[in-house]
Design a protein around this ligand. Structure first.
Ligand SMILES: Cc1ncc(COP(=O)(O)O)c(C=O)c1O
Length: 224
């Protein structure tokens, strides 16, 4: 925000994985002009299909967003500009309204899961997610880093434990952005993370026993 203030830039918060998270004591979504939340089914607050929301304190942005989501109709069958069909099903709204009541409790369970992973793996060579003291992460993912990522992933898969890679190909090397002309090696930190990161299973109902089992597979592998 300090950088944006200095240069007069608007800030859009990508809070797609951060429903309920806190930064310096404040819930995310309060920092920028707009914050975006994803309700993709796997998210901390997920619909039963597609959904998402933007929040803002700026009345003119709110009004424009409401208009654009409905083909920019100013009144029925009148369109002042070209908009989109971004209307969320009311069914998804109903599901989200019910699930929202459980969000804090589910986030607390995720925080407990993350704590248990960290405790179980703290003496290992795996690089664990940083603990940021003045923030509260809601652990949409628990991502470790290891140069042995593919080997670790295969070992987990061998005993029936799924893991995921968020994400294997960075944005600047996607075919979709080829016209920007980035080459492999241009963003070395990003590219190393894409090769080394591994998301371990995490969801509110995940038991301590299962987390210990994942950790023991990882620790065994270190000693081989
Ligand atoms: C950080 C982040 N931003 C944006 C998105 C996009 O959200 P959606 O799929 O609802 O458009 C995602 C979804 O995976 C995400 O994780």
């Amino acid at each position: 925000m300090a950088i944006a203030d200095r240069h007069g830039l608007p800030v859009i918060e990508d809070a797609a994985q951060a429903h309920g998270a806190r930064c310096q004591g404040r819930r995310v979504g309060q920092f920028g002009q707009i914050a975006c939340f994803s309700f993709y089914p796997s998210k901390n607050l997920g619909a039963y299909g597609e959904g998402g929301a933007l929040i803002t304190n700026d009345a003119s942005i709110a009004q424009r967003a409401r208009s654009l989501r409905d083909h920019a109709q100013s009144e029925k069958y009148l369109h002042g500009e070209i908009g989109y069909n971004y209307r969320m099903d009311s069914f998804q709204g109903a599901v989200l309204a019910i699930k929202l009541k459980h969000l804090d409790e589910w986030n607390t369970a995720r925080i407990d899961c993350a704590r248990h992973y960290t405790e179980s793996l703290k003496d290992s060579s795996y690089k664990l997610p940083a603990d940021i003291s003045d923030s509260e992460c809601v652990w949409h993912c628990y991502v470790i880093e290891t140069p042995q990522r593919d080997r670790v992933r295969a070992a987990l898969q061998d005993v029936g434990i799924q893991s995921a890679v968020h994400y294997p190909v960075p944005v600047h090397l996607q075919q979709a952005y080829a016209d920007l002309d980035y080459q492999s090696g241009d963003l070395p930190v990003t590219e190393a993370l894409c090769k080394h990161c591994l998301s371990l299973p995490i969801y509110p109902e995940l038991s301590k026993e299962k987390i210990s089992r994942v950790a023991s597979v990882l620790l065994d592998l270190e000693n081989r």
